[in-house]
Design a protein around this ligand. Structure first.
Ligand code: NAD
Length: 485
C-alpha cells in the first residue's frame, strides 16, 4: 500500500495477516498545520483486539520454532527497507508528530538500526551450561520465548519505540500485538505495512489501534498475553503495573522523567549551552529524557543563562517539514495547554521567565509555542517536581558540586541525568552517585545508543531494561534442563 506524502491516507489495523477496518475512524491531524489531515485512522474496540490476540496466540508456537537464520533474514530485511525509505517515512513521522524533518528522519534510521541489531541478536542467543552438583547429571539453561507480548506505546517516538519493542520480541521468537498511541497511527501503520511484506507468518505481528483506556485493560486481562511492554506516562504505567500484578503478568514500564543537567563552574560554556539547548528543547522538549532541570553552579550561572537565552532568541520555531525549522510544534492542543499551564504555575511559584512561554501564531494554524526558560527556581517548585513534557526548562542555582548532586537526585524520577564539567573528579563522582539509570558527561540528557540498555530508576522505570543485549531479559524466559544421559 503506497503512502501519500501530501494527501490523506487510510491507516487500518493489521490482524492475522489481513488489513482490517475498525469500529470507527478518527482524523490524524498535522500539528504544524491543522488543516492537513495526514490520515483517517481506524479505531477498534475489544473484539478486534481479542482477534489479534487469538491470532498471535495461534502463530506463536510456529514462530518460536523458526530458525535463528529465518528471524535474522526477516529482521535484517525490515531494517534495510526502513533505512532505505528514511526520507519518506521521516516525512510521515514529522507530519503527524511535529518533530523537525531532520529529527523525523533520524528517528526512522534509528528504527532501522534497531531491527538490524536484533537480526544479529537472533543468531547469537546464548545459553549456559553448569556442572551439576550430582554425579553424571548435565544441566543447561536455555532462553525461550515468552509467547504473546502486548505492547502499548506513546506518541513522542512513533516509530523508534515500537521498533525497539517489536524487534527484540520477534528476534527471540515471540508473537506481538501492538497498540500504538492514538495521536500517531501513521508511523505504526507504516511499520506494520513493512512487516506485512517481510515473510513473517500470519498472526506473528498484529496492529490494533484504539483507545488505550479501553484496549489496555482488556489486553492485560487476556490470559493469552504473557507479558506487557509499556512506554508512556507514570499514571498510566502505575495502573498497568497494578493490573499486571493482579494477573501475574510480566511487565516492563518506561515512563517519565525530570532529568537534571548539572553545569559546574569549570564547564566549557559552549558545550554546556549546546547540551542544554538540545536536551531541553529539541523534539519540542517532548522527550522522556529531556533536560528539564538545569542545575547550575553560581560561578557560571549568569553567563550560562545569558548564553542560553541568546540561543533561544534565534531558535526558529515553525512547520516541522520546513528545513529551516529548528523546533516544531507541540503535538496537540491538549499538550500545548498543559505546557502553557506550567508556564503560569512556574510564574506563580516565583520563577522568573527569562524568555518565551507564549503561544505563537504563525502563518499556518498549528500548536506552536515559544520555548520557555525559567530562572530563579527552586527544586521544590512544581515546575521542578512534575514532568511538563514540552519546551519548558528551568534553572536552579546551586552553590557547588555537592549541592548540585543533592538537587539532581532529589526527585521521584530517575531516567537520565547529565553533568557538564572539565573535572575528571566531578564527572567520575557524578557517574557513581547519580541515581538515574543513564548518566551523560558533557552531553545532553537525551540522545542514546541502540546497542546498550535504556531505562531508569525510581518512578521512571519498572522491570527489566529495554534495548541492547539487555532486552533478552524481558522477551525470554529461562528454562533449566537436567539430563541423566
Ligand atoms: P500515556 O500514558 O498517555 O499513553 C501511553 C500509551 O498508553 C498510549 O498508547 C495510550 O493509548 C495508552 N493508554 C492510555 N490509557 C491506558 C490504560 N488505562 N491502560 C493501558 N494503556 C493506556 O503517555 P503519552 O502521553 O502517550 O506519552 C507521554 C509520556 O510517555 C511521557 O510521560 C513520557 O515521559 C513518556 N515516555 C517515556 C519514555 C521512556 O522510555 N521512559 C519514552 C517516551 C515517552
Amino acid at each position: 500500500m503506497a503512502l501519500s506524502e501530501t494527501g490523506t491516507n487510510h491507516f487500518k489495523n493489521y490482524i492475522a495477516g489481513e488489513w482490517i477496518e475498525g469500529d470507527s475512524q478518527v482524523e490524524n491531524i498535522n500539528p504544524s498545520d491543522t488543516r492537513d489531515v495526514v490520515g483517517l485512522a481506524v479505531r477498534s474496540g475489544g473484539a478486534d483486539l481479542d482477534r489479534a490476540i487469538d491470532a498471535a496466540h495461534d502463530a506463536a508456537p510456529g514462530w518460536a520454532r523458526s530458525t535463528p537464520q529465518q528471524r535474522y533474514d526477516i529482521l535484517d530485511a525490515v531494517g534495510n527497507e526502513i533505512i532505505a525509505r528514511k526520507d519518506e517515512l521521516g516525512r510521515l513521522l514529522s507530519r503527524e508528530e511535529g518533530k523537525t524533518l531532520a529529527e523525523g528522519i533520524g528517528e526512522v534510521v534509528r528504527a532501522g538500526q534497531v531491527f538490524k541489531f536484533f537480526a544479529g541478536e537472533a543468531v547469537r542467543l546464548p545459553g549456559e551450561r553448569l556442572d551439576s552438583i550430582r554425579p553424571g547429571v548435565e544441566v543447561d539453561m536455555r532462553r525461550e520465548p515468552m509467547g504473546v507480548i502486548g505492547m502499548i506505546t506513546p506518541w513522542n517516538f512513533p516509530i523508534a519505540i515500537p521498533a525497539w519493542k517489536i524487534a527484540p520480541a520477534l528476534a527471540y521468537g515471540n508473537a506481538v500485538v501492538l497498540k500504538p498511541a492514538e495521536l500517531v497511527p501513521g508511523s505504526a501503520w507504516a511499520l506494520a505495512e513493512i512487516l506485512s511484506r517481510s515473510g513473517l507468518p500470519e498472526g506473528v505481528f498484529n496492529l490494533v489501534a484504539g483507545r488505550g483506556s479501553e484496549l489496555g485493560p482488556r489486553m492485560i486481562e487476556n490470559p493469552k498475553v504473557r507479558a506487557i511492554s509499556f512506554t508512556g506516562s507514570v499514571p498510566t504505567g502505575r495502573g498497568i503495573a497494578a493490573a499486571c500484578g493482579e494477573h501475574l503478568k510480566k511487565v516492563q514500564l518506561e515512563m517519565g522523567g525530570k532529568n537534571p543537567l548539572v553545569v559546574l563552574d569549570d564547564a566549557d560554556l559552549d558545550v554546556a549551552v549546546g547540551a542544554a539547548l538540545n536536551g531541553a528543547f529539541f523534539s519540542t522538549g517532548q522527550r522522556c529524557t529531556a533536560s528539564s532541570r538545569l542545575v547550575v553552579s553560581e560561578g557560571i550561572h549568569d553567563r550560562f543563562v545569558s548564553a542560553l537565552t541568546e540561543k533561544l532568541k534565534t531558535l526558529v520555531v515553525g512547520d516541522a517539514l520546513d528545513p529551516k525549522t529548528q523546533m516544531g510544534p507541540v503535538v496537540d492542543e491538549k499538550q500545548l495547554e498543559q505546557d502553557l499551564s506550567y508556564v503560569e504555575i512556574a510564574g506563580q511559584e516565583g520563577g522568573k521567565l527569562a524568555i518565551g512561554g507564549e503561544r505563537l501564531t504563525l502563518e499556518k494554524p498549528g500548536f506552536y509555542m515559544a520555548p520557555a526558560l525559567f530562572t530563579e527556581t527552586s527544586n521544590d517548585m512544581r515546575i521542578n517536581r512534575e514532568e511538563v513534557f514540552g519546551p519548558v526548562a528551568s534553572v536552579i542555582r546551586v552553590k557547588d558540586y555537592e549541592e548540585a548532586l543533592h538537587v539532581a537526585n532529589d526527585t521521584s524520577f530517575g531516567l537520565s541525568s547529565g553533568i557538564c564539567t572539565t573535572s575528571l573528579k566531578y564527572a567520575s563522582d557524578f557517574k557513581q552517585k547519580s541515581e538515574a539509570g543513564m548518566v551523560m558527561v558533557n552531553l545532553p540528557t537525551a540522545g542514546v545508543d541502540y546497542n546498550v540498555p535504556f531505562g531508569g530508576t525510581k518512578g521512571s522505570s519498572f522491570g527489566s531494561r529495554e534495548q541492547g543485549r539487555y532486552a533478552v531479559e524481558f522477551y525470554t524466559t529461562v528454562k533449566t534442563a537436567y539430563t541423566q544421559p
